[in-house]
Ligand binder design. Structure first.
Ligand code: 1HN
Length: 344
């Protein structure tokens, strides 16, 4: 009875302080400070074959110009309406139809693209035309002018990954539209890769930036690196053969807010269970397999996208030789001394 009265006194107290924008920490403490990560993010796979018809239908409903960006957002089923694939990251699948230009703009959100379909498109980044081939990884750094164009006869599609929810959390978003649909082209084909992607840098250029000066990591190069290394290196039991994309000037993650990886899983490979505190988005470049996340199984094939939540125990199985691109907020967590992993 005394206990009952005490609870009622507390309730009355909460109601009084509520009017003063005050609340008792002790009622929420254990929800805020969890013993380990507890995410609203759920594991999910978006099969490209299921998304593609809707994407093409959207192409009949709105132009790239009118939409600014014609994208179907991959909404995590545990966070519908929030435009996020993990708590900190956004993902979507974008379509540019033959003859279209998605107009030039810039924002301080950093963006990555993984090309899914089509060979004739390009992204203009700060005056360089970066050709888009399936599997290519392309970076649009924070505040870089960029437009997308498709002068070819086939649709071009890609996976977009951005740090939108992270920037939103910080209330730090800035955006500007370019006066012209396309910015002027200032550099020849392959310029950025020649300047910073040939294990050299201009001798008198001490420039360092948070984002990699290499904005294009062609899949042909990444694939060859993986296959050559595979002839010598032992497989990691948790990751197969996994490489991180880096800024060649610093060795740090290629993007300041997003870590990016590519891994080869040989046919029949079964990875050991693993978990880390960075919720991770995977884009399947080649191969078929499945990823078990807790008690859920995510089957995947080429061009599919799947998400593994923070701290969810998972393991991959490759039915055939497979290549997975992945991205997460790991580099942010590492800079803040927050990142953890657990290997079984
Ligand atoms: C954006 O600028 C692009 O440039 C794609 O292609 C998706 C999602 C949210 C905010 C900006 C692009 C985006 C975006």
């Amino acid at each position: 009875m005394a206990q009952q009265a005490r609870l009622m006194d507390r309730q009355a107290f909460y109601e009084r302080i509520d009017k003063h924008e005050l609340a008792p920490l002790w009622e929420v403490f254990r929800e805020l400070i969890t013993p380990e990560p507890r995410s609203p993010c759920l594991p999910h796979v978006w099969a490209y074959d299921a998304v593609r018809p809707f994407l093409m239908e959207s192409g009949e409903l709105i132009s790239a110009k009118e939409a600014e960006r014609r994208v179907l957002v991959l909404e995590n089923p545990g966070m519908r309406g929030a435009s996020c694939v993990t708590r900190s990251l956004y993902a979507g699948i974008q379509l540019v139809l033959p003859g279209e230009v998605a107009p030039c703009h810039r924002h301080n959100q950093s963006a990555l693209r993984v090309v899914l379909e089509g060979r004739g498109g390009y992204t203009g980044v700060e005056g360089e035309h970066i050709p888009m081939q399936p599997g290519d990884f392309i970076i649009t750094p924070s505040w870089a002018w960029h437009e997308h164009a498709n002068p070819s006869a086939e649709p071009v599609t890609w996976l977009d990954g951005l740090d939108v929810p992270l920037v939103q959390l910080l209330d730090a978003s800035f955006f500007e539209a370019h006066a012209a649909e396309s910015q002027p082209r200032r550099f020849p084909h392959g310029y950025g890769l020649a300047r910073h992607g040939a294990n050299m840098k201009p001798a008198d250029d001490d420039h360092t930036a948070a984002a990699s000066p290499v904005n294009h990591y062609p899949y042909a190069r990444s694939r060859e690196a993986l296959h050559t290394m595979r002839k010598h290196d032992a497989l990691d039991r948790h990751h197969g053969l996994k490489m991180e994309f880096v800024n060649p000037l610093t060795g740090a993650a290629a993007m300041p807010t997003i870590s990016t990886f590519i891994q080869l899983l040989p046919g029949g490979f079964q990875s050991r269970p693993y978990r880390s505190s960075d919720g991770t988005v995977y884009s399947v470049i080649e191969g078929h397999g499945e990823t078990r996340v807790g008690d859920k199984t995510l089957p995947w094939g080429p061009r599919d996208t799947f998400v593994v939540p923070s701290w969810a125990r998972h393991s991959h199985h490759a039915d055939e030789e497979s290549v997975l691109f992945s991205f997460s907020d790991r580099t942010v967590q590492q800079k803040l001394d927050l990142w953890h992993e657990e290997k079984e």
